[in-house]
Unconditional design. Structure first.
Length: 59
């Protein structure tokens, strides 16, 4: 039981050392991630369509 208490005490200590982002930083970082994911989604979708058309032309 003492090991569990030490573990959770260690977790609490480490969480206090963490620097959390402010509200505006969180919005900025989240926006960057969402737009990056959308960009790669569209890029790979277009790549897939293009490769598919090339394969159809070869057949």
């Amino acid at each position: 039981m003492a090991k569990k208490e030490n573990f959770f005490q260690g977790v609490k200590t480490e969480m206090e050392k963490t620097s959390w982002p402010t509200g505006p930083e969180l919005v900025k970082y989240t926006t960057i991630v969402v737009f990056t994911v959308i960009f790669f989604l569209v890029f790979f979708w277009g790549l897939d369509i293009g490769i598919g058309q090339i394969i159809e032309m070869i057949k």
